[in-house]
Ligand binder design. Structure first.
Ligand SMILES: NC(=O)c1ccc[n+]([C@@H]2O[C@H](COP(=O)([O-])OP(=O)(O)OC[C@H]3O[C@@H](n4cnc5c(N)ncnc54)[C@H](OP(=O)(O)O)[C@@H]3O)[C@@H](O)[C@H]2O)c1
Length: 247
């Protein structure tokens, strides 16, 4: 690992396990101090904090439900209070509520929009108040925004598609401050949300040019690149980390 992120502070939402945990650890391995949020699983989040501390970086875990906008803003402010600054925001926490159109409830609609759309907006709004030149906002979307392979994805695909517009608009707006905003769209990634031995795995692998699921570390490597100096001239972009699922 390099130390491209020495002196930086990152906030990763949903960093207690899966992709967010891999991102948090990778950013720390490259030198950043890292704050992460989780929804309920304190033990898993504490495990990630321990891993980050083991590589010599500072870390805090905060129980913050992304569906609560005041709590999201509070988390951003706490990061700055405890770790001294904020350079990198990774909007990773996501709601994955699937089902046939006629069975999806308004509550599921509200929850999906709250977590997948409002929280990234609110977190970015709060974070850029603290960011200086070189700041990074990295949204985690999904390749479901580009390709609808399975039925039942209306809410999820709709919500993740909004991140394309948010990313472009904020990339334009914040460019003058040398803050970049990008969207990473994972494909099927082996986590508890979408295990590589799950019921749709064979179909997914068949559509995937590389023929297999990503590891969370594959997504984390792309996030780390965008967060580091190599990402300084990339903004408003969508990067698919999906093994060619959408080509
Ligand atoms: N895995 C895939 O195949 C895939 C593909 C494309 C996109 N994505 C996207 O990648 C992101 C991460 O997915 P993942 O597979 O790593 O998920 P995951 O394994 O289910 O992990 C989710 C993490 O986010 C936290 N979280 C969930 N809801 C939250 C909320 N409302 N507020 C705060 N934290 C919350 C969880 O906290 P607890 O541990 O406390 O529950 C956990 O730490 C999501 O945005 C997802 O849509 C995933």
């Amino acid at each position: 690992m390099n130390n491209a992120l020495d002196g930086k502070v990152a906030l990763v939402t949903g960093g207690g396990r899966g992709i967010g945990a891999a991102v948090a650890l990778r950013l720390a391995e490259e030198g950043a101090d890292v704050a992460l949020t989780f929804q309920q699983n304190q033990r898993r989040a504490d495990g990630v904090v321990d891993q980050i501390k083991a590589v010599g970086r500072m870390a805090i875990a905060m129980q913050v439900d992304s569906s609560d906008p005041a709590a999201v803003v509070g988390a951003v402010d706490r990061v700055v209070g405890e770790l001294g600054r904020l350079d990198i925001l990774v909007n990773n926490a996501g709601a994955f509520l699937l089902g046939p159109l006629e069975q999806l409830s308004l509550e599921e609609f509200e929850q999906t929009v709250a977590v997948n759309v409002r929280a990234p907006f609110v977190a970015a709004q709060a974070a850029v108040r603290h960011m200086r030149a070189g700041g990074r906002v990295i949204n985690i979307g999904s390749n479901a925004a580009e390709r609808a392979v399975f039925p039942g994805f209306a809410l999820y695909a709709m919500s993740k598609t909004t991140l394309i517009g948010l990313t472009k608009a904020l990339g334009r707006e914040l460019g003058g401050r040398a803050i970049t905003v990008n969207l990473v769209n994972p494909g099927a990634t082996d986590t508890e949300l979408n295990p590589a031995d799950g019921p749709n795995a064979d179909t997914i692998n068949g559509f995937t040019a590389l023929g297999h699921f990503a590891e969370p570390s594959d997504v984390a490597a792309t996030v780390a690149f965008l967060a580091g100096p190599g990402g300084r001239y990339i903004t408003g972009a969508t990067v698919n980390v999906d093994g060619g699922f959408t080509i």
